[in-house]
Design a protein around this ligand. Sequence first.
Ligand SMILES: NC(=O)c1ccc[n+]([C@@H]2O[C@H](COP(=O)([O-])OP(=O)(O)OC[C@H]3O[C@@H](n4cnc5c(N)ncnc54)[C@H](O)[C@@H]3O)[C@@H](O)[C@H]2O)c1
Length: 320
Amino acid sequence: MRAMVTGGAGFIGSTLVDRLLAEGNTVDVVDDLSTGSLSNLAGARASAGHQLTVHQMDIRSAEVVDLIVRRHPEVIFHLAAQADVRRSVADPVFDADVNLIGTLRILEGAREARSDRVVFAASGGTIYGEPDPSELPLKESLPRRPLSPYGVSKNAVIDYLVAYRELYSLEFAALALANVYGPRQDPHGEAGVVAIFAERLLRGEPATIFGDGEQTRDYVYVDDVVDAFVRAATKGGGLICNIGTGHETSVNTLYGEMAAQAGVDPQVDFKPLRPGELLRNCVDPSRAGIQLGWTSWTSLGDGTAAVLASVRKRQALGDG
Ligand SMILES: NC(=O)c1ccc[n+]([C@@H]2O[C@H](COP(=O)([O-])OP(=O)(O)OC[C@H]3O[C@@H](n4cnc5c(N)ncnc54)[C@H](O)[C@@H]3O)[C@@H](O)[C@H]2O)c1
């Protein structure tokens, strides 16, 4: 397969690039390196040779359309985004610029290049809004009612994908991701609670928990998520599906289990719940099972152990 990965220098994107290269595909990465880093692609660049080309480019630029036409990828994995919910609230114009205008550039490129398919990283944590507890785990059939500009822009992209499929037969899959975690996640970002806890625990620093810590999320390991992207490159037409575990874990439970794994006494600094933070979130992955033959296989304990090991290694090297 000739693949393009937008956001390929980011946390999930670079893990996807590694997997695509390992399977013998040719990969073009498009990334402006605003939150991603070439260091995430160091291994790939060292071993892939001509199979990997990295283009430092903003997806909002008109040149990205020409690039897609020139490289004519069969499949575009579209992960580049303004991915920070709080930033989207503070600056919704910037969020829409990257997530809507940038996405339209990618779709226009895909249309002109006659790409077969776009696989999009949607957000299961925001597009359904604050659910009624009786609706958990959330199914794709629920109304989508995002409560943040980020959720609105991610949701609108799904509508664009449906329209491009109707208009131009551009096939798509939109994967509504739960809380993805794993090595390479930015410990300074707002969403990477597993990465943040790992950093703090291994430095012997207290963790900050907002609210009473009983809020829940659905934590899904990055390798499992990448497997769903790869499957969605060839299976399912016009597919909108959740990618998560279907299990809720509270922040307190997550922190307690990670502290035990790290062999460190838990130290928590509780702060008031941040406005707009969802109390519960968890997505039902049954459709992904049926349509993609996908299920998450990494247990939370195995996944957090992998994150702790990678942070320990990085700290030992004196990097961050
Ligand atoms: N991490 C999660 O839990 C999660 C959950 C749901 C959805 N997602 C989505 O998955 C995708 C990847 O997220 P991630 O966690 O790997 O984040 P990330 O910030 O590590 O990756 C995003 C990448 O996009 C690049 N980028 C941003 N703006 C760009 C622009 N204008 N032009 C070109 N490149 C640009 C960044 O440099 C970065 O490499 C995003 O679309 C995000 O919204 C992530």
